[in-house]
Design a protein around this ligand. Structure first.
Ligand SMILES: [Zn+2]
Length: 148
């Protein structure tokens, strides 16, 4: 048996027991998990605070109604945008050719390299199903010809 700290979309944190890590993934994938407080089915593993209290089993858990200040959100968005810009500096914009290019690189028909571009959600899903490593960017990117 394994215990996980889970969290719903409304930030209620609760413990749940599973036969294995796979059992948790399976139940979550089938939508069988729901929050005991509000019934929300948007369940994910709670992120554990790195500093655990030295004694007892009291754990630091984010308070549900603690909202970040506008300044904190602004700072976080700025850091995210800067991190994304650094990644994209080395990445080639391929626009709507993204799915074909990603597939060709995955198949070895093209030399692999960092690319980014546009695709539909359905196309991204099928790429992932084919085992092509793709990930959504945290922030929307404008095509280079639109920026200027
Ligand atoms: Zn809840």
């Amino acid at each position: 048996m394994i215990v996980f700290d889970l969290r719903c979309a409304r930030s209620h944190v609760f413990e749940a027991w599973f036969g294995s890590s796979d059992a948790y993934e399976d139940q979550r994938a089938r939508g069988l998990l729901s929050c005991p407080v509000c019934g929300d089915a948007g369940i994910a593993k709670a992120v554990m605070a790195p500093n655990v209290a030295p004694k007892g089993n009291s754990r630091a858990v984010a308070k549900p109604d603690e909202t970040p200040t506008p300044a904190a959100i602004k700072a976080a968005m700025k850091a995210l945008a800067e991190a994304q810009a650094r990644v994209l500096e080395k990445s080639e914009w391929v626009g709507t050719a993204f799915p074909e290019r990603a597939r060709a690189m995955h198949a070895g028909d093209l030399p692999a390299g960092p690319i980014h571009g546009q695709t539909t959600l359905a196309e991204a899903k099928s790429l992932i199903e084919e085992g092509v490593p793709v990930a959504p960017l945290p922030l929307p990117v404008l095509p280079p010809d639109v920026v200027n």
